[in-house]
Ligand binder design. Sequence first.
Ligand code: FAD
Length: 440
Amino acid sequence: MKHDILIVGGGVSGTALLYTLSKYTNVKNIGLIEKYSDFGLVNSASTMNSQTLHFGDIETNYTIEKARKVKRSADMVMKYLINEKFKDCKCNYFIKVPKMVLAVGKDQVDTLRERYKSFSQLFPNLRMIDREEIGSIEPRVLEGRDPNQEILALVTEDGYTVDFGRLSHCFVDHAKEANPDISFYLNTKVNKIIKNSDGFKVITSNGEFEANAIVIAAGSHSLKIAKSLGYGMNYSILSMSGSFYTGPKVLNGKVYTMQNAKLPFAAIHGDPEVHNENITRFGPTAKPIFLLERYNYSTFWEYWKTFGLGLKPIVSILNILFDRVIFYYIIKNGIYDIPSIGKRSFLKEIKKIVPNIKIDEISFAKGVGGTRPQMINNATRKLEMGEAKIVGDKIIFNITPSPGASTCLGNAFEDTKILMGFLDNRFKFNSEQFEKDLVL
Ligand SMILES: Cc1cc2nc3c(=O)[nH]c(=O)nc-3n(C[C@H](O)[C@H](O)[C@H](O)COP(=O)(O)OP(=O)(O)OC[C@H]3O[C@@H](n4cnc5c(N)ncnc54)[C@H](O)[C@@H]3O)c2cc1C
């Protein structure tokens, strides 16, 4: 079977692209290959990530340029969620809660105050609030806190907690409505892709397929497949697993802490669980693992294959670890996953948000939290911030650490434009309609 476009990966990235192609282009002959029996079961599953639609307003490690880019994409998801909520109750899989970033101590307060000057222009709904108002929105943030401790917060009502796994399903349902001809290949693992003069041959666990153009939206595996075709050879992956602790309802919305700008991970935060607001989740931690997919030990060798066994990635990783901020961060986070002492030391982090929380109120959330493929650039020997897109000859590879779920539609928009070129502009992308529907 030959498809005009084949998508590999049925997480929120692959399904957002499927939706965009189906609703906003006239390409009909599309296939989607997913190795598991359903969509959104890996990093996009609600148990695997922090469920936050990141806009860049309360993520203090984002520059204003990064925030502007993430906001455009997150606005698309927000508009999709709101539009579909009123059309179709099945798509009601998100909650809207207040969200804030909390600065504790003089240094953090000064930094946040300074940041507000530029960020309030990009995010007009963001307000700077003092101790009293923080306490009225989140009483437990003040209870038990030293009254002399300086605190300040930026708050907005636009906090979205999203089940990105269910969002993947919703994208699939709406894609099928727009294009009933899509072919789905579940339980089908891509083992090898061969480029030939006529396009691509895709060898899977369920037979062979052909395609004129391909998008690999397979999370960490995208880099593995890219390297097998000679692309992205200068990159390695630092696979940063994230774990969570849970407790009773102690917060009404999302409360983020300040993040060091050097770190490409979301700061530790507490927020209500999307399907049960009586549970508060704290996390994520960040610990390197040698797997491309968390809890899937068969991906151990795949990890090393993707990392690369030469000198360059080893020099890069040493260079990254020699940075004191990153080194201590990784050591500290490694401890959080160790039974008993991990809980005690993570409690100190949680107490920065909820000072009077007790140790027996929290427990380690077993089996919760996926892994983020952080890109290591072996040319610069540095960790890169956010997602990576490698564009090859009629093939695109998307590697998606956080906030990859928030940027799924933004990515899909970019990929769709590139795909039209790959297919010699034989098809039309109605980007004006996409922007009318999904861009603010
Ligand atoms: C701890 C943690 C917290 C996070 N928090 C947030 C957050 O709050 N907000 C946010 O926006 N993002 C967050 N992220 C990131 C977010 O979860 C991911 O960026 C997003 O889910 C990526 O979606 P995806 O579709 O690209 O990848 P995935 O959801 O991992 O999907 C990839 C799919 O490809 C399939 N696949 C892989 N290899 C093959 C193959 N060979 N053949 C066929 N199929 C294959 C897999 O089975 C999978 O279904 C977080 C991630 C982690 C780990």
